[in-house]
Design a protein around this ligand. Sequence first.
Ligand SMILES: [Zn+2]
Length: 181
Amino acid sequence: MTAPSRRALLVAAAAGACGLRPPSRAEAGPLRNLVWVVNRKNEELAIQYRHNDGGYDHAALVRLQYLFRDTVENVLGPLPPRLIEILSILQESWGFDKPIRLTSGYRTPRTNALIGEAASPRSLHLEGQAADIAMDGVAPLDMALAAHSVSLRLGMMGIGLYGSFVHVDIGAMARWTRIGR
Ligand SMILES: [Zn+2]
């Protein structure tokens, strides 16, 4: 993909204006409370993170927290359930037929600094509030559009469109694009 930034913004704006949605099921919050994630160590987890009565499954969240750790330094960080909710809603858009590839979850300050110019020193990855994600067979632009639709519904979320992945976080609404990487 070359120079996605302007096009992405225009498409995102158009999608918002027309109420376009990614394929099905992104209507009213997570329906199945499932998430299926594989991290950079190829550790994979498909799990229900919420009980049917609505309460969080803390054992499931602990397992997810391990998957979302800083895999460079092997350090656990916080994992707000809200981030998992967002990923679950996104994944629902594609019917849970493939895992979310997590390229970066929690980052220690040292790992974040190693990433260099691409990573803000105030990155929400440092708080465990962000995930860089991709899905096989799904263009990052399409994933960013799906995230955009979710974000409009929730009134929150930072979304960054990169060359090979999408950054999502549970901060305030924000949009950006980076060419490359
Ligand atoms: Zn990120």
